[in-house]
Unconditional design. Structure first.
Length: 84
């Protein structure tokens, strides 16, 4: 598993700001590692310039955006909606 700089900044934000969202995010990341294209958070294949990326709902406002490729999980974003 790896984070982009943006994804890591978002992840660290939640660790310092909201334990409940941080815990939910950790659960979603664990699930992405096991079943990247199904499960909780309504996994959705993204389109347009984000084709190949997936998102899951963390909350109504925030999304986890990731790429799963060659057995590797790459966390791109975990705050707000897609930055496509």
């Amino acid at each position: 598993m790896a984070f982009t700089d943006h994804g890591w900044d978002d992840y660290q934000y939640w660790k310092g700001q909201d334990p409940k969202i941080s815990a939910a995010l950790d659960r979603l990341i664990g699930e992405c590692l096991r079943t990247p294209f199904s499960g909780t958070g309504k996994p959705e294949a993204l389109k347009g310039n984000l084709t190949g990326f997936w998102s899951r709902r963390i909350t109504h406002e925030h999304r986890l955006v990731y790429l799963f490729e060659d057995g590797q999980l790459f966390i791109v974003q975990c705050r707000y909606h897609y930055d496509g």
